[in-house]
Design a protein around this ligand. Structure first.
Ligand code: NAG
Ligand code: NAG
Ligand code: NAG
Ligand code: NAG
Ligand code: NAG
Ligand code: NAG
Ligand code: NAG
Ligand code: NAG
Ligand code: NAG
Ligand code: NAG
Ligand code: NAG
Length: 763
């Protein structure tokens, strides 16, 4: 089944023809991809990086991470959501809910509605058909949303309920549920008699990242005459009404509140702006982005155009297989929903720097997502880096994760370090203050963050930084007096390598030596006595007395307080990617390393991954992302293609159930995209491991008029092993490419790296 494949990357070419610029690639995006079976993606409406994510909130007794569930009842339609997260829901606030008939108690749990038909979703548009006969269509801009109601003709009251206390619940029982902490509602006379708009704010806390209180401001208009009543309850968590009257406003820190608008006409449009700064800004946002009289069709088309021009048209192919095009463009879509661009909406400090929020999380995205943003979205990538440095300046740490203007939660190391180093070695400069970036990395590497007393891991901070530093600095390994001791030791080693890399580039030789040394500390966890399936030597737990016995194919609870977080010792034993020479040597040499990798993909070995043929390999979580490509380090590129192609084809589909795990803010989708491109990025190094491209041609616009062009010949669905390769017209016989320092189309200077060690090669 071997045929001749030719890969031609790095060739500058003119592909920005008018035809491609105007192509409506949005039609290939299936916005329901990954919404069920744990993918947890958001199927509602959003612009690229949009602050507003307008969509349904459903209830069926389980956590609705993105608000959406395929079953259950609607409880509201809200302006803010996340996409692809796990843990516990966040947001689901600034709600409207259509209700037909007399509303006796707007705080009653009975205010929910069934689905009369499946929801309809596509880029920029969402439609829900409710049991009441109401149809609700939605569209959105970056900071505002449009609700178009078509009520049934039933001779009853036609209402829109605004419940400021509405928020997505959590049913995990881990104390991660969000709380409403009060707010305000004001109903105001609009310009025409009988027309009203409402403004106000709501304050909330907690959720996935155990955030402190944060406030959102809103400003909602209706294009139809209404009567209204406002209401206030008796407490923050009770549905008992205190007042339900025609007062124009309520404000309370101790009770739920909202307003009910009642219409005579069946067709009603509401335009709602949000802001994290003020009511005035929320009103300015809706007026600027969805002015009075704007139709749903206009907003919908604007979103489609934004996705086409800002994201989708950057990647083009002459491929005609619609399934593959659905996968390509849906993956691009879902990696551009988070983080959100909240530049101009940061309530915490004034700055001329960009501001990005909803980082879920660098632990997930530092491997495949930020490395892809670097080539695909250089302007956005640079803004993200600048935003991270600004957060460090004002908050003291740039955390592994952040949402609602609050750092946390840190699952492993300080992986913002990896994001910075990846950009640095690939030559990103622009307006990035690299001294500032490096200062944030040193802070992570040296200063123990204050404990935020997370009950999941009381041993240290889960908010920011590296809380197991005391052991790391004292012993060069991490004892079980800290949670996730072994998996964090691997990640801290990687993080320290990232510091060494940037220190070297900044000419800080002492720091380089120090962190390069520290980057080898993962070796202190290598226990030659750990044995499984005929292989010995794995990363194991240890304390000051010595190693603690451990099965290489069990991670116990695999959670915050355990030795290993969300992956097996076997998997983590591949993860010091900056020191693979040593891993290969410790594993018993190249041949044994290949056998060990082969065992990783052997079906029937580990029942914990029964969804994936019971392989040790888990396609659904990030610590496994690079593993299928590691064959390239021992001259078995063919096996890298075999395994990675199998995973991509078996576990990814452009369907609602088509992700192997949580999307994790697009981390899964970006892994798939690299598989399609035929490269795999070794984050923090200039190395790209060579896989096998999916398409006969693929062009990626790199910005500045440069293009990465990949072409193959002789390939098919069944024929995909690489036979020969040319790079910029020259025959290439290595299993990796190196990112050139200046940019990819400049062939006069290049860096070639192997196993983390780089040497300059000037033609
Ligand atoms: C959904 O609403 C219907 C009709 O009111 C009700 O019978 C059902 O119990 C509700 N389901 C849930 C999960 O609340
Ligand atoms: C939805 O409303 C029905 C009554 O219409 C009620 O029985 C049910 O408990 C409500 N569901 C929720 C989640 O409150
Ligand atoms: C919310 O609005 C009320 C009424 O305008 C105001 O008193 C309160 O300070 C606002 N809360 C915040 C956090 O801005
Ligand atoms: C409601 O809130 C009060 C005060 O915070 C708390 O003591 C009580 O347990 C809460 N009740 C429910 C049902 O959540
Ligand atoms: C509120 O209702 C009362 C009694 O019906 C009426 O007198 C008053 O004018 C109403 N106020 C407003 C602002 O509509
Ligand atoms: C189209 O692509 C899909 C996904 O890779 C594949 O399963 C299918 O066989 C392809 N169809 C054709 C006609 O090649
Ligand atoms: C982020 O938002 C700011 C303010 O709206 C805007 O100027 C900037 O272009 C946005 N960045 C991207 C990458 O879209
Ligand atoms: C790095 O480690 C080597 C060997 O263990 C040691 O000789 C050297 O002093 C260390 N350098 C620094 C800067 O810690
Ligand atoms: C491995 O086990 C042997 C025999 O129990 C012991 O002597 C040796 O110290 C152990 N090695 C490690 C690294 O724990
Ligand atoms: C190290 O762990 C072993 C096994 O759990 C235990 O017996 C020993 O007491 C521990 N030593 C220290 C210093 O905690
Ligand atoms: C790879 O290319 C280099 C330089 O062109 C050449 O010296 C070497 O022999 C080639 N190796 C193989 C295995 O073809």
């Amino acid at each position: 089944m071997y045929s001749s494949l030719l890969l031609l990357p790095l060739i500058p070419a003119l592909v920005n023809s008018a035809a491609i610029r105007s192509a409506d690639l949005a039609g290939y995006v299936l916005t329901s991809t990954g919404t069920i079976n744990g993918g947890n993606t958001f199927p509602g409406v959003s612009r690229p990086l949009g602050m507003v994510k307008l969509g349904p909130d459903l209830y069926s007794g389980t956590d609705a991470y993105s608000g959406y569930l395929s079953n259950g009842n609607f409880t509201g339609f809200t302006m803010l959501h996340e996409s692809g997260t796990g843990g516990a829901p966040k947001y689901g606030v600034v709600s409207q809910m259509p209700v037909v008939g007399t509303v006796a108690n707007p705080l009653s749990d009975a205010i929910n509605d069934t689905r009369a038909a499946p929801d309809f979703t596509e880029i920029g548009y969402y439609k829900a058909s409710l049991g009441s006969g109401t149809v609700l269509e939605m569209a959105a801009t970056n900071k505002a949303g449009l609700f178009q109601y078509t009520f049934p003709s039933v001779g009853k009251d036609l209402n829109v309920l605004v419940d400021v206390s509405h928020v997505l619940s959590s049913y995990r029982g881990q104390g991660l549920e969000q709380h409403f902490l009060g707010g305000s509602i004001n109903v105001r006379q609009d310009t025409e008699p009988g027309y009203y708009y409402y403004t106000g704010n709501g304050t909330y806390n907690n959720g996935w990242n155990r955030a402190g209180p944060w406030t959102v401001y809103f400003c909602g208009y209706f294009d139809a005459p209404a009567s209204y009543k406002t209401f206030i309850g008796t407490s923050l968590n009770s549905s008992t009404l205190a007042e339900f009257s025609n007062k124009t406003s309520y404000s309370s820190q101790t009770a739920r509140l909202g307003a009910l608008f009642t219409f005579q006409q069946q067709s009603v449009i509401s335009r709602v702006g949000v802001s994290f700064v003020s009511e005035t800004q929320a009103c300015a946002n809706v007026k600027a982005e969805i002015p009075q009289g704007t139709s749903l069709a206009t907003v919908r088309q604007g979103t489609r155009d934004a996705w086409n021009s800002q994201v989708l048209q950057k990647v083009t192919t002459t491929e005609t297989n619609v399934t593959k095009l659905n996968q390509l463009y849906s993956a691009l879509y879902f990696m551009h929903l988070l983080p959100t661009n909240k530049t101009g909406e940061n309530p915490l400090w004034t700055s001329s720097e960009p501001y990005y929020d909803d980082i879920f999380t660098f632990w997930d995205t530092h491997r495949c997502t930020t490395s892809l943003l670097h080539i695909l979205q250089p302007a956005y990538h640079e803004e993200l880096l600048r935003s991270m440095i600004d957060i460090y300046r004002h908050e003291g740490y740039v955390s592994d994760a952040r949402s609602s203007f609050w750092n946390g939660a840190v699952q492993g190391g300080s992986n913002s370090d990896n994001v910075f180093a990846d950009a640095f070695v690939k030559g990103v400069r622009g307006k990035v203050d690299w001294e500032g970036a490096y200062a944030s990395m040193v802070k992570n590497a040296e200063v123990v963050p204050p404990n935020n007393n997370d009950p999941r891991d009381p041993t240290g901070s889960t908010k920011e930084g590296r809380s197991a530093l005391p052991d790391w600095l004292k012993y060069g390994y991490i004892t079980p007096s800290f949670g996730r001791s072994v998996s964090r030791a691997v990640e801290y080693s990687v993080n320290d390598f990232m510091l060494a890399t940037v220190a070297n580039g900044l000419g800080l030789q002492n720091d380089f030596q120090k962190y390069y040394n520290r980057s080898h500390n993962w070796r202190n966890h290598w226990n030659t006595n750990m044995t499984a399936l005929g292989f010995s030597g794995f990363l194991g737990p240890r304390n000051t007395s010595g190693f603690i016995s451990q099965n290489p194919i069990s991670c116990g609870g695999c959670y915050w307080a355990d030795y290993y977080y969300q992956a097996l010792p076997w998997e983590y034993s591949f993860n010091a990617h900056h020191d693979l020479d040593t891993i290969v040597q410790y594993s018993g040499g190249a041949d044994t390393f290949v056998q060990r990798l082969e065992m990783t993909f052997q079906p029937g070995v580990y029942s914990g991954n029964s969804a994936f043929g019971s392989t040790i390999f888990n396609p659904g979580n990030e610590p496994s992302f690079a593993t299928p490509y590691l064959y390239n380090f021992v001259n078995r590129q063919d096996l890298a293609v075999k395994r990675s192609r199998f995973i991509a084809k078996s576990y990814y589909k452009p369907t609602p159930g088509g992700l192997p795990g949580n999307s994790d803010a697009g981390a899964m989708e970006s892994w798939l995209l690299w598989n399609m491109i035929g490269l795999y990025p070794m984050t923090g190094q200039t190395t790209f491991l060579i896989g096998s491209p999916w398409f006969t041609d693929l062009s990626i616009s790199l910005g500045g008029g440069k293009t990465l062009k990949i072409t193959t010949t002789g390939g098919s669905e069944d024929v995909y092993y690489v036979q020969s390769l040319k790079v910029n017209g020259k025959t290439w016989n290595k299993s990796w490419l190196a990112h050139e320092l200046d940019d990819w189309s400049d062939t006069t200077e290049s860096w070639e790296c192997e196993h983390g060690e780089c040497e300059e090669d000037i033609d």
